[in-house]
Design a protein. Structure first.
Length: 472
C-alpha cells in the first residue's frame, strides 16, 4: 500500500462519516472551481472542432484525410504549448466507399437513401437483385433456414429506441455488426438493414461490421428510416418485393496511422498519468463534428485551461487523440498493448466520445479506497448539474481494450437523447454543436483531470484493481 493511501485511510478513520473534503487542499479545490468557472465563460473548444471539421473534414481511418488530421493534431497540440507531443503507430486494414445504390424494383419502383456498411464488399458490376426476405432482428435471422433465404436479399428491420444514455444502440447495432456474415452462411445475395439511428430524416447511417479475418460477408447497406418504413409497407401489401443493390468499395490489408499524444508534465509525480481521450478519425460522411470532433474539442479545451494555470499539476495529464476508432478500436488496442505494463502509473482513463450533449452523471471504476475521491470530485461537478453515478464504468470505447488489464476509468456520462439522430450520417455537422453545452463538458473534464492529478490517493489501476474486483 502506498503512503498517500495510508494517510487517506487514517483521515477517514479519524473523521468517520465526514465529507472527506479534506482529501483535497483548499488551494486545489479553489483551482478546480477556477477551472470550472473559466471553462463556463468560454466556448468549450468550439474553435478546435470548427477548425478540424472545416480544414480536414471527414477523416476515415486510412484515407488521405487521416494523415492530414494527424499532422493537424500534432501542430495544434505543439502550438498550444504542451510540454511534450508525440505520435505512436497504429496499423489496421482499411476500407473505402465507392458508391451505393439501392432501389425497389417491384411491385413499384422506389429509390432508397442508403449507405454501404463499412467493410461491405462490392457487388458484382451491375449489382445484385433478389426478392426481399424480412427479419425482426439478427436473432431471427440466425434461426432462419437456408431454403428461405438462399438467393434473396435479407432485410433486418430492428428499430433503435431513443434513450438519454444511448442504451437503444447496443441491441439494435447487432444487425449491422453481424447481419452480413450470418446472411452469407444462409446463401443470401445481399443485406439491407434499417439505419441504427433515431432520425426521421432521410439520412442513412453507416458504421462497421464485426468479422474475423477471412470470414465471408455479403454486400450490405443501411437504408434511411423513412425508406425502411416504406419497405415494410410495401412488404405488407403481400406481393413479392424485389430490390436491386449495387455497391462499389475497396479495401487494403494494412495502413499505419498514429495515436497523437500530448503531455502536461506533472510537477511531483511526472511518471503518474491522468489520461483523457477522444478519437481523431471519423466516418466518411458528414464532417465528424459530433463523432468525435466534439470530444477532441472538449479534452483539448480542458488541457489548455490547465496549461494556463501558473502551476503544473502533481501528476502528468495526457491527451490522447486515438486513431481508427470507428473501424475497430485500433488506436485503443495499440495503446493498451503499448502501455498496459505501466498501468500501475495510470490514475485513470476517460474518453469523450458521445457527442456534445451536457454531462449529467459521473461513474467510475476505481479501487475502494479511491471512491471517496470520486465522491469529492462529484461535489465540485454538482454545480454543473452532474450527479454521482455507479461504480461501473467503461471509460469510453478506446479504453475498452484496457479494461482486462485493470485500467481505472471514469465515465462523464452525456445526455445522448438526440445523438443518434446524427451519428454516422451525412447530417453529423458542426451546426449540431452548442458551444454552451460544449463548455459544460470541458468544465467537467478540466475539474476531473485536475483533481485526479492532485488526488492523495491512487485509483489503483492494474493488479490491485483486478484483485479487488475478483474478491467483490
Ligand atoms: Zn465515436
Amino acid at each position: 500500500m502506498r503512503l498517500p493511501v495510508i494517510v487517506a485511510l487514517l483521515t477517514l478513520l479519524v473523521l468517520p462519516g465526514s465529507h472527506a473534503a479534506e482529501l483535497f487542499s483548499e488551494d486545489d479545490l479553489a483551482t478546480a472551481r477556477e477551472l470550472r468557472d473559466r471553462a463556463l465563460s468560454r466556448d468549450g473548444g468550439f474553435d478546435v472542432v470548427e477548425d478540424l471539421t472545416t480544414r480536414i473534414g471527414p477523416r476515415l481511418a486510412g484515407s488521405e484525410a487521416d494523415a492530414r488530421a494527424v499532422a493537424w493534431a500534432e501542430s495544434l497540440l505543439t502550438d498550444l504549448g504542451f510540454d511534450r507531443v508525440w505520435l505512436e503507430p497504429v496499423t489496421f486494414p482499411t476500407w473505402s466507399r465507392g458508391f451505393e445504390r439501392v432501389r425497389v424494383t417491384a411491385p413499384v419502383e422506389h429509390n432508397m437513401e442508403a449507405l454501404a456498411i463499412g467493410f461491405s464488399p462490392a457487388t458484382p458490376v451491375g449489382g445484385v437483385e433478389g426478392e426481399v426476405v424480412m427479419f425482426d432482428d439478427l436473432a431471427a435471422l440466425q434461426e432462419a433456414q437456408a431454403e428461405d433465404v438462399s438467393g434473396r436479399i435479407v432485410f433486418i428491420r430492428n428499430r433503435m429506441s431513443r434513450a438519454r444514455d444511448g442504451s437503444g444502440y447496443g441491441p439494435a447495432v447487432q444487425a449491422r455488426a453481424r447481419g452480413a456474415i450470418v446472411a452469407a452462411e444462409l446463401g443470401a445475395v445481399g443485406v439491407i438493414i434499417r439505419s441504427i439511428g433515431t432520425s426521421t430524416n432521410r439520412f442513412a447511417h453507416t458504421g462497421g461490421m464485426r468479422f474475423d479475418v477471412g470470414q465471408r460477408r455479403l454486400p450490405a447497406a443501411a437504408i434511411s428510416n423513412p425508406d425502411a418504413d416504406q419497405l415494410e409497407r410495401l412488404i405488407a401489401l403481400g406481393e413479392p418485393v424485389r430490390l436491386h443493390m449495387e455497391i462499389d468499395a475497396q479495401k487494403t490489408e494494412a495502413y499505419t496511422s498514429h495515436n497523437v499524444i500530448a503531455e502536461i508534465t506533472g510537477a511531483n509525480y511526472p511518471e503518474k498519468i491522468v489520461a483523457l481521450g477522444a478519437h481523431l478519425d471519423s466516418w466518411d460522411v458528414g464532417t465528424g463534428a459530433l463523432d468525435d470532433g466534439a470530444g477532441i474539442a472538449i479534452i483539448t479545451e480542458a488541457g489548455r485551461l490547465i496549461l494556463d494555470l501558473d502551476q503544473r499539476p502533481d501528476r502528468s495529464i495526457h491527451l490522447i487523440f486515438f486513431a481508427a476508432e470507428e473501424i475497430g478500436l485500433w488506436g485503443g488496442r495499440a495503446w493498451a498493448e503499448a502501455h498496459h505494463k505501466n498501468f500501475e502509473n495510470l490514475q485513470l482513463g476517460a474518453e469523450s466520445d458521445f457527442g456534445a450533449g451536457p454531462i449529467y452523471e459521473i461513474g467510475a471504476r476505481v479501487v475502494d479506497a479511491a471512491w471517496p475521491v470520486i465522491e469529492a470530485i462529484q461535489r465540485e461537478l454538482e454545480p454543473l448539474g452532474i450527479a454521482l453515478g455507479s461504480r461501473r464504468a467503461s471509460g469510453g470505447p478506446d479504453f475498452l481494450p484496457s479494461l482486462p488489464h485493470g485500467l481505472a476509468v471514469v465515465d462523464l456520462r452525456q445526455d445522448g437523447t438526440t445523438y443518434f439522430d446524427y451519428h454516422h450520417t451525412e447530417n453529423d455537422t458542426l451546426d449540431k454543436i452548442d458551444p454552451q453545452e460544449l463548455a459544460q463538458n470541458a468544465a467537467a473534464y478540466a475539474v476531473l483531470a485536475w483533481l485526479a492529478a492532485q488526488s492523495p490517493i491512487d485509483f489503483g489501476s492494474g493488479p490491485e484493481l483486478l484483485e479487488q474486483e475478483r474478491e467483490r
